[in-house]
Each structure stands twice: as C-alpha cells, then as structure tokens.
Design a binder for this molecule. Structure first.
Ligand code: E4P
Length: 216
C-alpha cells in the first residue's frame, strides 16, 4: 500500500516528504481554506515538493464548470489529479476528462456501488471516506473490503485511496485489506512512526553505552 499525505500545508508536506514515504498528496476545499492564502500558489508549491499524483478538487457543481476548472488545474502541472465529487454531474465530468487523458479522483464515496459507478465512468482513483462513516456509527473499513473485492472480481484498474483516515489502526486495516493507497494526515504519519518500546530501547542503548565509557 502506498501513502499519500492528506493536507494542503506545505510545511507538513515538505517534512513528510523528507521521510521518503510519500507517493502523492490529496487536498480538498476545507484543507486549502485552512491555509488562508492563494489556492493556485499553494498547488504550485506542492507540485514543486512532491513528485507524484496531487489531487486538487473542483468547486463547480455542474459538469461543464467542473470540466472547465479541471482543464485549468491540469494545466498547472502534469501530476495534477482532478478531484470530483461523487454526483451525477461529477460522473459526467469524469467520463469526459478520462477520455481526454485527465486523471480523476472521485471523492466523497460512501458506498461500494458509488465506487463501482465512478470506476466505470473512467476514474483513475476513488476515495472512500472511512472516518466519516465511523463518525456515524457505520463501519468504514467494511466499505473498503467491499470495494477491494468488487474491483478484484472484475479486474478494475481504478485505484482505491482510503480517505478520511483518523488513526494508525485505519492504516493497518486498509493495508490488511489490500487497498492501493491510504491518504493520511501528517499527525497520523507521526503517530505511525512512534512506538514507546523504540524510545525505551534507544534510551537503554545510550545509557549502557555511556556507563561502559565506550569510545568511537
Ligand atoms: C480525502 O481525500 C479527504 O481530503 C480527506 O481524507 C477527508 O478527511 P476528513 O473526513 O478527516 O475531513
């Protein structure tokens, strides 16, 4: 399973990219708004940091507007992937964009049949949101399991991005199910790095080294 980072904060992206584990970036209008600065400037900065797919979402709600926005965004950099919401209009836009060779990531997926429709419309990626399902007492991971199975049944090449990841257990479960990608907030990446036994182990190695007065 590959990792994308789910943020529009360039400092977080830069830091995580240095770890060598980030294969791409996902943003959304809420994450961009949080940064409080020019949208296109942020997108350009991200493309200069990460050499991989960078999802940027359209704001229009009808397909003509989505297609127009998508073409403008895709012109910024070859790594831009257009995030399109899972709606009737969104599917129409995905159909046109995929025929034109523009990559799409269909977002706000909450059922396996939505994922199947998006794949059939030509989506490069689908983004099922596990955390938001968990928030309403529905098992987000069972959605991932269903989509993985359906895509496998029919040899569908659309990649599954597990989104709305809230903790390392989401990442673990997504990997066990064979999802292609998890898009993970910076905080969760750092939680995954940490283990108390690693810290205790380092501390003990240092103490033993010191007490033996070893010299390099
Ligand atoms: C995915 O592409 C979305 O940007 C994101 O994962 C949404 O996460 P949230 O439900 O924590 O807002």
């Amino acid at each position: 399973m590959k990792f994308f980072i789910d943020t529009a904060n360039v400092n977080e992206i830069r830091e995580a990219n240095e770890l060598g584990v980030i294969a791409g970036v996902t943003t959304n209008p809420s994450l961009i708004a949080k940064e409080g600065r020019d949208f296109i400037e942020i997108v350009k900065e991200i493309t200069a940091i990460v050499d991989g797919p960078i999802s940027v979402e359209v704001i229009s709600t009808e397909h003509e507007g989505m297609i127009k926005e998508a073409k403008e965004l895709a012109n910024i950099h070859e790594n831009i992937v257009i995030k399109i919401p899972m709606t009737v209009e969104g599917l129409k836009a995905v159909k046109v964009l995929s025929k034109e060779g523009i990559k799409t990531n269909v977002t706000l997926i909450f059922s396996a049949t939505q994922a199947l429709l998006a794949a059939r419309a030509g989506a490069t990626y689908v983004s099922p949101f596990v955390g938001r399902l968990d928030d309403i007492s529905t098992d987000g991971m069972s959605l991932i399991s269903q989509i993985v199975q359906i895509f496998k049944n029919y040899g569908i090449k659309t990649e599954i991005i597990v989104a709305s990841v809230r903790n390392p257990v989401h990442v673990l479960e997504a990997a066990k199910l064979g999802a292609d990608i998890a898009t993970v907030p910076y905080k969760v990446i750092m939680q995954m790095v940490k283990h108390p036994l690693t810290d205790i182990g380092i501390e003990k190695f240092m103490k033993d080294w010191e007490s033996a007065k070893m010299k390099i």
